[in-house]
Design a protein around this ligand. Structure first.
Ligand code: FEO
Length: 164
């Protein structure tokens, strides 16, 4: 279980890195609202990594950090970027579900309860991505509508979840 949790820290750190790279890409193409949205996502992923990091410490175990893989730097259109985001989040959701399965197999009920928060969080993350994908499909090639969405995404702020 400890090894799998340490691997999840790495996956969350990679997620943060991936979204930071997407943010850089958006800034580079002049979509500052999209860049803000991905910057907030970067902060959320760092929070996820730290939540597991703190849990491992609280259990008296050792966090062992691994190298973070290099993320891509080109992401295509905003629609393609959000489709890639959803695909990545589906991968993370499966990873969290696999952790829950392992916790149950090992009768590690504390970790199973700890992971409940992540299950709920993944539902929200996939839902956010799906909502933006739907909007981007409606927007199509309409540049002025894209700028309206860009403005909408510019107001997103990172709010650290309350500590339970
Ligand atoms: Fe930490 Fe987006 O899952």
């Amino acid at each position: 279980m400890l090894k799998a949790l340490n691997e999840q820290v790495n996956k969350e750190m990679y997620s943060a890195y991936l979204y930071l790279s997407m943010s850089a890409h958006c800034t580079n193409v002049g979509l500052n609202g999209f860049a803000n949205w991905f910057m907030v996502q970067y902060q959320e992923e760092t929070f996820h990594a730290m939540k597991i990091y703190n849990y491992i410490n609280e259990q008296g175990e050792k966090v062992v950090l691994q190298a973070i893989e290099k993320p891509p730097s080109d992401f295509g259109t905003p629609l393609e970027m959000f489709q890639a985001t959803l695909k990545h989040e589906q991968f993370i959701t499966k990873s969290i579900h696999d952790l829950v399965t392992l916790a149950l197999e090992e009768k590690d009920y504390a970790t199973q309860i700890f992971l409940q928060w992540f299950i709920t969080e993944q539902i929200e993350e996939e839902s956010n991505d799906n909502e933006i994908i739907s909007k981007l499909k409606l927007i199509g090639d309409n540049t002025s509508s894209l700028f309206v969405l860009d403005k909408e995404l510019s107001v997103r702020v990172f709010t650290p979840p309350a500590v339970e």
